[in-house]
Design a protein around this ligand. Structure first.
Ligand SMILES: CCCCCCCC/C=C\C=C\CC(=O)SCCNC(=O)CCNC(=O)[C@H](O)C(C)(C)COP(=O)(O)OP(=O)(O)OC[C@H]1O[C@@H](n2cnc3c(N)ncnc32)[C@H](O)[C@@H]1OP(=O)(O)O
Length: 694
């Protein structure tokens, strides 16, 4: 876990060895303590260098150990002892020095960093804070406020392009004769601005606005205040108290769960050339994603004018993207064409034509004829049957869905839709291409709406039913935003555009000329149906893009949502037409009905085998719908609320609304409650027996 050796006769070199990122597990801490004892007691040793194996100094505490009882030497006394030692200790930082790894570097008397090293405290993203003196030492080293690069701030003593460990050993030999007192960061006084209180109050306000309800950033501000106003020994005690509160909080569990869920979902592991058919908004975004990672792209359109518009838009996007990233635009990777025959040699095709099954089938039939037999054929459909498309090709095993979300070059989520005939290699290739493009790729089954959109339906339905019953869009949005969503359901729908759902509802016979004239009011296809979204669309209100939707906006494309008296009137007229007596609806009911209906559909999806594990669903919602990360995703949230309570509340709401099948508790939810409510990571064991499509 740490190698100890003597180099240059008098320098003790301690190398942390805990792949993949040399996290400070209990065994690593134990090995550091033992090695330091050796180095400090050996008269031959005049200085110590600490480095990490395989180009990584230390990725911080070993997060995998947080779930169990804390073992091994505690970090604070270990780090204090290194700083207090009488021999100079130099940190040789390559790769990352994060969290506890950065804290280890801060107790060293000198820090040598490679120019590409990354130093920082990402603990806040795990729901905790640096609690081994990190907040107290960093502030003493750089003062408040501080915002500049490490060398200017004085965090590191030398930046090098060479091997940081070799440079550090030479540095250590020169440091032997120098006094150590001023090198002990905990002994320094924090430099503070005169208006410290006002500054911290302003930062607190900003944090509360940006991350409402999230505890860790606020605790960090309190730790900063302690570093500024207290001596080190008191400051570190305060840091520890703050950590104790955070460490055992549901938010920390949720955020740590998200860290691993994100990596678990991405565990899928060659595409040099690709084609994108259709250069609308989605097609252009997908083409940019491919080119960004060095894949040559043939972009196809059906008409000269559309091709030229697409070409100009793609070039503009590429140039802006390259400028932002400080690289040159990869225009040479593109070829624009009107002919599918140009695709004969590509490795993979992504079809992004209009959402029309007949049109897509024609494209897939044509691709089958022109592309070489090994070319993967992918569709970006957001809901059509991937297997029906596979069925018209000569290679159904090479057909897979790659469902990007708009705007495709920005949104992180990619649903890889596995048809029943998609081969494992095809799925793995699509997953790995997603990862290469920087997407969080999740394999999902081939069912209407796949996972994200299938779950969104009951969530949105509940919101519109609540409108019928007496709530307003702003009240529902406020309740969901207080829960942690950046945008409530109606603001989000206005942003996405209301016309898409309207078209889907028409195509499914839920409104328009296909509706059975015998349907009772507010019922379609045997279940409750809210007509309000269709009425909003009938007025040409499609959301932000038309300057009005559930809210009004100052202009087309405006983002400043204001409550609209027109919507208020529409709701009142609707309720009186259908004899609905509006009632006061609590925020609790809003959150429960929307969120429990969402999670309930998630249980259904697991049961149907359309998602392999609850983590996948949570990751889809974290990256595809802005689910508040500190809540862990809809499935984890349900587990935190308690499955028994979720079940009871769903039963209660279903009893009150028997014509809403989405509120009927899913059999899997009942099974999990009946078998003792296992933790979310174990649900999969109870799903195994069911039929998986993945
Ligand atoms: C009652 C009061 C109790 C108080 C108790 C206090 C006890 C705790 C004491 C001290 C606490 C200190 C705080 C910390 O140090 S918390 C950890 C802070 N560090 C981080 O947050 C870093 C997290 N990791 C990353 O950001 C990235 O992984 C990075 C290191 C930048 C590498 O990124 P990348 O190259 O993209 O690779 P991956 O993210 O895919 O990671 C590769 C694999 O490494 C695993 N990993 C990464 N970091 C850790 C870690 N800190 N611990 C354990 N494992 C880690 C990651 O899971 C990947 O594994 P795999 O591929 O097998 O899934």
């Amino acid at each position: 876990m740490a190698r100890y050796e003597l180099v240059k006769r008098s320098v003790a070199l301690i190398t942390l060895t805990n792949p993949p990122v040399n996290a400070s597990s209990s065994a690593v801490r134990h090995a550091i303590a033992k090695s330091m004892k050796c180095a400090l007691s050996d008269p031959e040793v005049t200085a110590v260098v600490i480095c990490g194996e395989n180009g990584s100094f230390c990725g911080g505490a070993d997060i995998r150990e947080f779930a169990g009882p804390l073992k091994g030497p505690p970090l604070v006394p270990l780090l204090d002892a290194i700083e207090a030692g009488e021999k100079p200790v130099v940190a040789a930082i390559e790769g990352v020095a994060l969290g506890g790894g950065f804290e280890l570097a801060l107790v060293c008397h000198y820090r040598i960093a490679h120019s590409k090293a990354r130093l920082g405290f990402p603990e806040v993203t795990l729901g905790i804070l640096p609690a081994a003196g990190g907040t107290q030492r960093l502030l003493r080293l750089i003062g408040i406020p501080a915002a500049a690069i490490s060398l200017k701030l004085g965090i590191v003593d030398q930046v090098t392009e060479q091997n940081a460990c070799e440079v550090a050993v030479e540095f250590a030999l020169r440091a032997v004769a120098k006094p150590l007192l001023s090198r002990r960061v905990s002994m320094l006084t924090t430099r503070c601005p005169p208006d410290l209180d006002a500054l911290l109050d302003a930062v607190t306000m900003q944090v509360k606005k940006k991350a409402p309800g999230v505890m860790a950033p606020l605790a960090c501000i309190q730790a900063v205040r302690a570093a500024a106003t207290m001596p080190y020994y008191k400051g570190i005690k305060r840091e520890g108290e703050l950590m104790a509160t955070l460490f055992n909080s549901g938010q920390a569990w949720a955020l740590q769960y998200c860290f691993f869920a994100q990596r678990t979902a991405g565990k899928w592991t060659l595409i040099r050339s690709a084609a994108v058919i259709g250069l609308g908004t989605m097609g252009r975004g997908i083409a940019v994603c491919l080119a960004r990672v060095g894949i040559s792209v043939i972009a196809v359109e059906s008409e000269k004018k559309l091709l030229e518009t697409g070409r100009q838009m793609v070039i503009g996007m590429l140039e802006r993207d390259a400028k932002r990233r400080g690289v040159s635009a990869s225009l040479n990777l593109f070829k624009f064409t009107l002919s599918l025959h140009d695709l004969k040699d590509v490795d993979l095709v992504i079809e992004v034509v209009f959402e029309d099954m007949a049109l897509k089938k024609r494209v897939f039939q044509e691709l089958s004829k022109v592309c070489r037999p090994a070319t993967l054929l992918c569709t970006n459909t957001s809901g059509l049957d991937v297997d029906a498309l596979a069925g018209v090709t000569d290679r159904p095993h090479l057909v897979v869905g790659m469902h990007f979300f708009s705007p495709a070059h920005v949104m992180k989520l990619l649903e890889v839709v596995c048809g029943p005939r998609s081969s494992s290699e095809t799925i793995a290739t699509a997953m790995s291409l997603g990862k290469r493009m920087g997407k969080v790729s999740v394999a999902v089954g081939n069912c209407p709406g796949f996972v994200r959109n299938r779950m969104l339906k009951p969530y949105i339905d509940q919101a519109t039913f609540l409108l019928e019953e007496g709530a307003t869009p702003e009240q529902i949005d406020k309740a969901l935003e207080d829960f942690g969503f950046a945008m409530g359901v109606f603001r989000m729908s206005d942003l996405a555009g209301l016309d898409v759902g309207w078209r889907v509802r028409k195509e499914s016979g839920l409104n328009g000329s296909d509706v059975d004239p015998e349907s009772p009011p507010r019922r379609r296809q045997g279940r409750r149906y809210c007509l309000i979204p269709d009425m909003v669309c009938e007025q040409g209100r499609f959301g932000q893009k038309t300057g009005g939707g559930w809210y009004m906006y100052d202009k087309r494309g405006g983002t400043n949502a204001k409550p609209d008296p027109l919507i208020q009137n529409l709701l009142e007229t609707y309720r009186s037409k259908y004899g609905i007596q509006p009632r006061n609806i609590s925020n609790q009911e809003i959150v429960e009905r929307c969120l429990f209906a969402l999670a309930n559909e998630g249980f259904g999806i697991l049961e149907d085998g359309m998602a392999a594990r609850p983590e996948d669903i949570d990751v889809i919602y974290l990256f595809g719908y802005g689910f508040p990360r500190h809540r862990g995703g809809p499935m984890f949230y349900a587990s935190m609320v308690g499955l028994e309570r979720v079940l009871k509340r769903l039963e209660h709401y279903h009893q009150a609304h028997p014509d809403v099948p989405h509120l009927k508790p899913s059999p899997l939810l009942k099974t999990l409650v009946a078998c003792g409510i296992p933790p979310v990571q174990k649900w999969r064991e109870h799903i195994k027996t069911m039929h998986s499509h993945l």
